[in-house]
Design a protein. Structure first.
Length: 261
C-alpha cells in the first residue's frame, strides 16, 4: 500500500493543489494536521482535506482556529491569522475541524483492513509528538528522548515544518535531511527504512516550509517496500501571496512563503 503523507497545509490552496497534482498514485492519505492557520484559503483547503479523507490528526492551529485552545502561545501574527480564520470558516467546516481527533493514531485507521507490508500496528501518526500532540521535535536530543520512551518503530509527525526526521539504531540517533539538486523543480528523494531501526519521519510542510526551500513538501510511504519517498513541488507562490494580501492578513505571512522560512 502507498500512503500519501501530508502535513501543515496552513490554508495554502495553491500549494495543496500543486502537491496533489505532483503526487504519484496512492491508496490512502494521512493528514498530520494544521490544515488551517496563516493562509487565506481555509474553507477551500478544509474542503479538499475532507474530500481526501483517510486518517487525520489535529494540529495546534486547527485547535486554535476553531476555539478549542486559546492563543496564549501564539505570536501576534499567528494569533491575528487564527482569529481571521475562525471568523472566515463556514459553520460546517468549523465543526468538522473541531471534530478532528488528537494523535497518536495507528496507521490501521488508514489501512481499512488492507494487508501487506509493515504491520500497521507498529506505525503511528501524530502532529507534534506521541508524548504530547503540541510538542516540537527539532533536535536529535528531542527525537532520541521520544523514541527511547516509545515502543513504536515508525512514527509520522509534522508541526516543525522541517522535512526529514530522525532515526535511532544500533549506532545511536541522528537526523535525516533529504538533499535535492535544485530549489525550483519537482524532485524526489528515496529513504529505504530498516525494520530494526526506530524512525520519526516528517513529510514537511505543504503550505509553509521552514527549511529554506519554498517548494511544497510531502512524502509517500510504501508499506510493502518499507520506503519513504520525500517530494518537493513548486507551486504558484504569487497566487498564494496575493490571496493573503487581498484578505488584509499580515504581510509577513505572504513574504515568508518565498523564503521558505
Amino acid at each position: 500500500m502507498r500512503i500519501l503523507l501530508i502535513s501543515d497545509v496552513h490554508s495554502n490552496l495553491e500549494a495543496l493543489d500543486a502537491s496533489l497534482a505532483a503526487a504519484p498514485a496512492y491508496d490512502r492519505v494521512v493528514n498530520l494536521g494544521d490544515i488551517v492557520g496563516y493562509g487565506a484559503s481555509p474553507n477551500e483547503v478544509t474542503e479538499r482535506s475532507r474530500a481526501l479523507g483517510s486518517l487525520l490528526v489535529r494540529g495546534n492551529h486547527d485547535k486554535a482556529c476553531t476555539g478549542l485552545s486559546d492563543l496564549e502561545y501564539f505570536n501576534p501574527v499567528a494569533a491575528l491569522a487564527a482569529i481571521w480564520t475562525q471568523q472566515t470558516l463556514s459553520p460546517e467546516n468549523l465543526e468538522w475541524l473541531k471534530a478532528m481527533p488528537a494523535g497518536p493514531i495507528p496507521l490501521t485507521e488508514a489501512q481499512n483492513g488492507k494487508g501487506g507490508g509493515e504491520s500497521p500496528a507498529s506505525v503511528y501518526c501524530v502532529h507534534g509528538s506521541p508524548l504530547d500532540e503540541d510538542e516540537y521535535i527539532i533536535t536529535v536530543r528531542d527525537a532520541v528522548e521520544v523514541m527511547m520512551r516509545s515502543s513504536v518503530k515508525l512514527i509520522f509527525f509534522g508541526h516543525t515544518h522541517l522535512q526529514g526526521g530522525f532515526l535511532l539504531g544500533a549506532e545511536g540517533g541522528r537526523a535525516i535531511r533529504p538533499e535535492y539538486a535544485s530549489k525550483d523543480k519537482a524532485e524526489t528523494v528515496e529513504l529505504p527504512l530498516d525494520r530494526e531501526t526506530k524512525y520519526l519521519i516528517n513529510p514537511g510542510s505543504i503550505g509553509q516550509p521552514r527549511d529554506g526551500d519554498w517548494r511544497a513538501a510531502f512524502a509517500v510511504f510504501d508499506t510493502d517496500q518499507y520506503v519513504v519517498t520525500y517530494h518537493r513541488a513548486p507551486y504558484n507562490v504569487a497566487g498564494a501571496q496575493k490571496r493573503i494580501l487581498d484578505a488584509n492578513l499580515p504581510e509577513r505571512l505572504a513574504t515568508r512563503l518565498k523564503d521558505g522560512r
